[in-house]
Each structure stands twice: as structure tokens, then as C-alpha cells.
Design a protein around this ligand. Structure first.
Ligand SMILES: Cc1cc2nc3c(=O)[nH]c(=O)nc-3n(C[C@H](O)[C@H](O)[C@H](O)COP(=O)(O)OP(=O)(O)OC[C@H]3O[C@@H](n4cnc5c(N)ncnc54)[C@H](O)[C@@H]3O)c2cc1C
Length: 382
């Protein structure tokens, strides 16, 4: 194998995996064989799936095919499910193809939904991690609102809860509120029949971003008529009932965007130190136990840095650079974590930008967010 080109295998083609593959080709030229494995034929722009759930975005606009993008650049794409990583034998077990050998490996499998071990949470809720999840949420909400139009002796109230007041929870609850109001309008229903709430364990939604961010965000949620249930830890989820430390909250639909945890494949890979939040990597983004294995995106632990698409992109670029340096026998570079600007949509026509103490809000910020998203999809789909 020593005279052959080294084979770099990238597991997962979300933000982290895609950027690693494209930059590896850019930085290394033809010096490496690049193979990407993903269970889906399409890249999904995950930060926009909440809009699919709220029927404000067509799913076709936020996905693009991977095969053609990779083929153009001489990168091999395998559509398959990664079942296991064997770091000792340097092979990947796939569900439908033969064992896949590698010289260097990049693990970019993303994360799984974290239910924090709360009994009943997984069974009773709808998660939001894929287009399929988003469509299921959209259809469930639509069905439940349509059901309200049936004649009944007493009007029925529908409670929709979004669990988790982080970035994705906030964007989701705002957009769903607008969807629900639109449906009520269309079906001639009283808007007060559907109540949307957001439940968060910390004292405020977006708590980690500080007062300058959570104050305007909470104000906006209140303007939209969304109930904020903050400082409330859920202990159990029963059928249609959220049990918290202080009260019980009934629900008809529970959307769980409460957090992330390591991907099941990385969690079960022998020899990887997998903490609560993901795989531990060194400052060069290599796995501690195996310098030939790198990690990017949601499946790694990068303390103090929120797991976002923006960070997955930067990590992917960095790992591509480091693998090229490794191939050239050069020392690897440390990844410099830096705080990224926060750009968040708070319902149609309203956005919030925060960076280094500067907070800007309003329609322009909403448009900027959409422009950034649109540009990414357009630039990668060229
Ligand atoms: C509702 C929501 C809103 C968000 N909003 C924002 C935002 O505004 N800004 C922002 O920066 N971030 C946002 N995020 C976070 C962002 O989407 C993630 O941080 C980002 O997608 C992580 O990229 P990744 O490459 O690590 O993982 P992913 O994008 O999840 O990609 C992982 C890839 O691995 C593949 N895969 C997984 N398991 C297997 C397997 N066993 N076999 C083969 N392939 C597999 C998947 O198909 C996928 O293509 C949001 C997330 C959500 C859920």
C-alpha cells in the first residue's frame, strides 16, 4: 500500500463531512483517494428543517444530491449505513457493502437526539433531525388543527410544546406558531384554540448567550403569543403529560429539540473516549487514541463551543488541511476555536444577530440569515 495513494475515508456528508471532502480535494489535489459514505443520497441543510416542519419551506429547496458534486471532483461516494468502526484493523463495517479500509478516517456522523434519560421522553415526542422528522411534525400539526374543525359540544384546546430553549428550539417554536396561526386562519378557527409553549430547564431561553440576547428573544416570543416555561426541569413524560419538578403540563404534540448526544456508532466504537457530549479530540482534531482518525462537527466535543453548522464547516476545513500536512510529512496545526456570530430567525420577518457584544434585531437580520443559508446551498450545489 505504501506506493499507492493514501485513502481518506469520510463518514457522514453533513456540513462537517462535506467541507472536509471538498477542501481535501482543493488542498491536496490528486494526492489522496477520497471516499465519502453517507446513508442519504442528498445533503440536507439541517438548520432550515424547522421551516419544512412549519410549511414555510419546500423540502426540495434545502437538499441537493451528493453523488454529482463528488463525481465532478473525483471523490467516490458510497451510499450506505455505517455500522461500526474498527480502529485496530482500520476498516469500516457498512450495512450493504464490503468492509471499507482506510489510511486516514474522518468521523462526521453528526449527533443523536438527547433525551437526558428522561423516562417516556423518546416514546412520547417527535424529534427534529431530518426532513422526514420535519414532514411528520408538519403533518401531525395539520391533522390536529383540521380535527378542531369537527363540531363538538365544547371547544377543544390543543397544546403544542417545543422542548428545549436553545437555538433550534427557539427558531422552531417561532416558525410553528406562525404555521399554526396560518392554519387557524385558513380553517376559520379561533387562534386561541392552539397554544404553543417552549419548555426550558435553564432560567431563560438562550440562557448561554446572556441577557443581551435572551431578553429580546423572550420579548419576541411573548409578542408572538408563545408561552415560555423556563427554569423547569422535566422529570418524566407520560402520555400527553409532561411531568416537571414543580407541575404537570398537558400536551397534544411534543416536539423534542432539547439537546444532542454522541452518535450511536461513535459511542459504541471500542477505544474511543466518548464523553456525554461526543468524542474527545486533541487540539489538532485527532482522536486521542488514534492519530489517523479525525473528528469534525456535532459528533466531537469542543468545549465552550456551541455545536453548530458554522463550527462543523470550520472544523472540516481544518481537518482537510491537517490531513494534507500529514500526507506531506508536515506538523499538524492546532484548531483555534473562535466564537462565531449568532444569527437566529425569530419567526418570519424577524431575526437577531449577536457578536462580540453587538446585538442587532429586525427584518434585515432575518433577511441576512436567509441570504447566508441560500448562499451556502447555492455555492455547494453549483
Ligand atoms: C432545527 C435545527 C436548527 C438548527 N439551526 C442552526 C443554525 O441556525 N445555525 C447553525 O450553525 N446550526 C444550526 N443547527 C445545528 C446544525 O444543523 C448542526 O450543528 C450541523 O448539522 C452539524 O453538522 P455535522 O456535519 O456534524 O452533522 P450533520 O449535519 O447531522 O451530518 C451528519 C451526516 O451523517 C450521516 N449519517 C449519520 N449516521 C450515519 C450512518 N450510520 N451511516 C451513514 N451516514 C450517517 C447523516 O446522513 C448526515 O448526512 C440546527 C440544528 C437543528 C436540528
Amino acid at each position: 500500500m505504501s506506493n499507492e495513494k493514501k485513502r481518506v475515508v469520510i463518514l457522514g456528508s453533513g456540513f462537517g463531512g462535506l467541507e472536509t471532502a471538498l477542501h481535501l480535494r482543493k488542498y491536496c489535489g490528486k494526492n489522496a483517494t477520497i471516499v465519502v459514505v453517507d446513508q442519504h443520497e442528498f445533503f440536507t441543510f439541517i438548520p432550515s428543517i424547522y421551516k419544512v416542519a412549519a410549511a414555510t419551506e419546500d423540502e426540495k429547496n434545502i437538499v441537493f444530491p451528493l453523488e454529482s458534486i463528488f463525481r465532478k471532483r473525483g471523490i467516490t461516494f458510497i451510499k450506505d449505513i455505517v455500522e461500526a468502526i474498527d480502529c485496530k484493523k482500520k476498516t469500516i463495517k457498512l450495512a450493504y457493502h464490503q468492509l471499507l479500509p482506510y489510511d486516514y478516517l474522518v468521523v462526521a456522523l453528526g449527533s443523536a437526539t438527547n433525551y437526558f434519560g428522561i423516562p417516556g421522553a423518546k416514546e412520547a415526542s417527535l424529534e427534529l433531525k431530518s426532513i422526514e422528522d420535519a414532514i411528520k411534525i408538519r403533518e401531525t400539526i395539520n391533522d390536529i388543527v383540521v380535527d378542531l374543525t369537527k363540531p363538538r359540544p365544547k371547544p377543544k384546546i390543543v397544546n403544542i410544546i417545543v422542548m428545549g430553549g436553545g437555538l433550534s428550539g427557539i427558531e422552531t417554536v417561532c416558525e410553528l406558531q406562525m404555521y399554526v396561526q396560518k392554519l387557524c386562519n385558513e380553517y376559520g378557527l379561533d387562534k386561541n384554540l392552539v397554544i404553543l409553549s417552549i419548555v426550558e430547564r435553564a432560567p431563560h431561553v438562550l440562557n448561554n448567550f446572556g441577557e443581551k440576547v435572551y431578553m429580546p428573544a423572550e420579548k419576541r416570543l411573548q409578542q408572538l403569543g408563545i408561552q415560555i416555561v423556563a427554569g423547569t426541569a422535566v422529570t418524566k413524560v407520560e402520555k400527553n403529560l409532561l411531568v416537571t419538578t414543580s407541575k404537570t403540563i398537558p400536551f397534544d404534540i411534543l416536539v423534542w429539540v432539547g439537546g444532542i448526544q454522541p452518535h450511536e456508532v461513535t459511542e459504541s466504537t471500542e477505544g474511543l473516549t466518548c464523553g456525554l457530549k461526543g468524542i474527545n479530540v486533541n487540539p489538532q482534531l485527532q482522536f486521542f487514541q488514534d492519530p489517523n482518525v479525525f473528528g469534525v462537527g456535532d459528533n466531537i466535543v469542543c468545549d465552550g463551543i456551541v455545536r453548530t453548522a458554522q463550527n462543523a464547516i470550520l472544523e472540516g476545513k481544518h481537518v482537510a488541511k491537517n490531513i494534507c500536512r500529514m500526507l506531506a510529512g508536515k506538523p499538524l496545526l492546532e484548531y483555534k476555536k473562535k466564537p462565531m456570530p449568532l444569527l437566529i430567525a425569530l419567526g418570519r420577518g424577524h431575526g437577531l444577530f449577536a457578536h462580540k457584544g453587538v446585538v442587532l434585531k429586525g427584518r434585515l437580520m432575518y433577511m441576512l440569515k436567509h441570504l447566508v443559508e441560500w448562499h451556502y446551498v447555492w455555492s455547494r450545489n453549483k
